[in-house]
Design a protein around this ligand. Structure first.
Ligand code: DLL
Length: 449
């Protein structure tokens, strides 16, 4: 398969109806898309089989080979891959290319054990830049825009992924990374950034610092924000839009598959288009592993179709979403992932009720007495899990009213999410601010052996 060319990304390709869409790649019919996917799937499976012993052994055990893939449905016959495959074969054991043929390595620190290392050939980097450029365009960015990139640079894929994509788009990138928040505000204003790339929690931290500096970001040139790398709610979207005066768009990705730009909302903001010419998306029942029909919530599974260095077959992301292939008003035909509610390993089971932190967030954000910063603390009392929710009073709210606020918030969590929580209202500034992915849950339960 040849590298996707700059022209193929659709950047600058004129089409009377959808000026910034590639007429072929983003709007092709489902039949055309699926034919392309099948051809690429076979190549990708061959690449994995020929070059990665773990894939070869697993495929041999199930008796399936690339040539047996006659329809896309046959993907179901392939074995799953999981994150621990990367850790177990640390650092390069899942790579399909020797290290000296790679152009880049990224890694995630991981809370336990070895980091997860991912590798890219130059062609992989080019594809990533194209898909990130495509995502930026879908979100509303245009060539010539100043893109303020506050995703962390370094081993995290957010910074460099957005950077290369913005350059590919023909935008002017400000490689800011996370941190130095006061300076972020100054440069957003002074350089006239039209596009902001950040985690949603850090976007709010920037808004807060701007307000404290007496700067009104709603009067800045900002118009579009691409926010992702962590789960966030519609309530958070409204809050960000209100405070920053821009259109907030959800972008998804993960380093094991590529980095940011695996899927991104278009300006319709009705689900994230998963770029199906490079990835195959399935949703499975996390318990049984069986594929669920479109519309049903389950674990997202992704197969890479064009990755050279790190082909991933049926990678279990642990992210919970739903798929829809219904037509989108933007004209793009690619599948949509509905908002990723969280990871199944972040799901809390509180007295039998399954809860994602983003559900609690949806209740907290936008309440006038409390700031949009929170942490959920989980503890074990006897055999039961107890949840307390730490929130922060807005500046100027009198401490005498904290008890009443806590009572009201707990009541709303109970009625909307269905769990009893102990809400603790803290003084302004008491909840740690994120510069990247926010820590939403402090799990103080004893670790299972
Ligand atoms: O977070 C890549 C990225 C960077 C995506 C910048 C978007 C923007 P990882 O560090 O490998 O890669 O973390 C991937 O983050 O499996 C999800 O659990 C979560 N995640 C990423 N985007 C979203 C999103 C980057 N839009 C993990 N909504 C994924 C919810 C998200 N969760």
């Amino acid at each position: 398969m040849g590298a996707i060319t700059r022209a193929e990304t659709g950047i600058g390709v004129s089409n009377s109806r959808h000026r910034y869409l590639h007429p072929l790649l983003e709007t092709m019919s489902r039949d055309e898309l699926e034919a392309l996917q099948l051809e690429r799937l076979r190549d990708s499976v061959r690449n994995a089989y020929d070059h990665v012993p773990t894939h070869r052994v697993r495929m041999a055990a199930t008796g399936i080979h690339a040539d047996d893939l006659r329809t896309l449905d046959d993907v179901k016959r392939l074995p799953f891959s999981v994150k621990s495959d990367l850790r177990d074969h640390y650092p390069f054991g899942m790579f399909a290319r020797p290290c000296n043929q790679l152009a880049r390595l990224h890694a995630s620190s991981g809370t336990t054990g070895k980091p997860t290392v991912v590798g890219y050939t130059q062609q992989d980097i080019d594809t990533w830049a194209d898909l990130m450029a495509r995502s930026l365009v879908a979100a509303g960015a245009r060539p010539g825009d100043v893109v303020h990139n506050a995703y962390g640079y370094g081993l995290f894929t957010g910074g460099l992924g957005a950077h290369y994509g913005a350059e590919r788009l023909g935008a002017v990138v400000v490689p800011m990374s996370g941190g130095s928040t006061e300076r972020q505000v100054t440069l957003i204003m002074d350089f006239g950034a039209r596009v902001l790339c950040a985690t949603p929690s850090y976007a709010l931290a920037i808004a807060e610092v701007a307000e404290a500096q007496g700067v009104d970001l709603r009067k800045s040139a900002l118009q579009v924000g691409l926010f992702g790398a962590e789960p966030w709610s519609e309530a958070m979207r409204r809050e960000i839009e209100l405070r920053l005066g821009l259109k907030a768009v959800d972008i998804y990705g993960l380093s094991e598959i590529m980095g940011p730009g695996v899927a991104c909302e278009c300006e319709c903001r009705n689900g994230l288009h998963g770029w199906e010419d490079h990835f195959l998306f399935e949703v499975i029942d996390p318990e049984s592993g069986s594929v669920l029909p479109d519309g049903e919530a389950g674990e997202l599974v992704i197969t890479t179709l064009t990755k050279q260095a790190l082909p991933m077959l049926r990678y279990r992301t642990r992210d919970i979403t739903r798929l829809t292939r219904a037509a989108c008003d933007c004209g793009r035909s690619h599948v949509r992932l509905l908002r990723i509610t969280g990871r199944d390993d972040d799901m809390l089971i509180i007295r039998g009720v399954n809860v994602y932190p983003s559900q609690i967030e949806a209740v907290l954000i936008g309440r006038h007495a409390i700031a949009p910063h929170y942490q959920i603390v989980v503890q074990r009392q006897g055999s039961l899990d107890e949840v307390s929710v730490e929130v922060e009073a807005q500046p100027g709210v009198p401490p005498e009213s904290f008890a009443q606020i806590a009572h009201d918030v707990a009541h709303h969590i109970k009625s909307l999410v269905g769990i009893s929580t102990d809400v603790v209202v803290k003084l302004p500034g008491a909840i740690p601010r994120s510069q990247g992915k926010a820590v939403r849950v402090r799990d103080l339960r004893p670790k299972q052996a």
